[in-house]
Design a protein around this ligand. Structure first.
Ligand SMILES: [Zn+2]
Length: 166
């Protein structure tokens, strides 16, 4: 049995006139949303990189290049689901993911359970195995000035038949 962990990080700018989607949940009262080629779901993107990292399958930019029109305004939860499928194809079972969203605004606590449920469904694990935390940047730096939102994630995965090369 082989157990591995992967790390993911992402950040996107906040802009007027964009939807704000975090962890597959649209925050309806947001005056600004995250800018990006896809729906810019910063939490889903960090989780995708954590999963790809744990499985040794590269990063999100390799699988979904920004200059590819197929991914314009893409639903990042669909990408998360697809990436989880890549892991299954390579024999990996996802055990647990944990993530932190860093922003001064908006307050996200009320959306936590919905995010956990939506992310868990996309990854194919139980909501209790998807932890989502929120923090601020204490007013410091680009996050503290509300210029964007960042997310960090880790994933742990397991594969039964993996024999490491020596
Ligand atoms: Zn991103």
């Amino acid at each position: 049995m082989s157990t591995r962990a992967g790390i993911g990080y992402d950040c996107h700018r906040l802009e007027e006139g964009r939807r704000l989607v975090i962890g597959g949940v649209e925050l309806p009262d947001a005056e600004r949303g995250l800018a990006g080629h896809s729906d810019a779901d910063v939490l889903a993107h960090a989780l995708i990189d954590a999963l790809l990292g744990a499985a040794g399958l590269g990063d999100i930019g390799q699988h979904y290049p920004e200059d590819d029109e197929r991914w314009r305004d893409a639903d990042s939860l669909a990408l998360l689901e697809e990436v989880s499928g890549f892991l299954s194809e390579h024999g990996w079972t996802v055990h647990h993911v944990d993530a932190t969203v860093i922003c001064e605004w908006p307050k996200l606590g009320a959306a936590r359970d919905k995010m956990r449920a939506r992310l868990a469904e996309a990854i194919g694990i139980a909501p209790l195995d998807v932890n989502v935390k929120f923090t601020t940047s204490e007013g410091m730096g680009f996050l503290g000035r509300g210029e964007g939102i960042a997310a960090l994630a880790v994933a742990s995965v397991e594969r039964a038949d993996y024999a490491p090369r020596r």
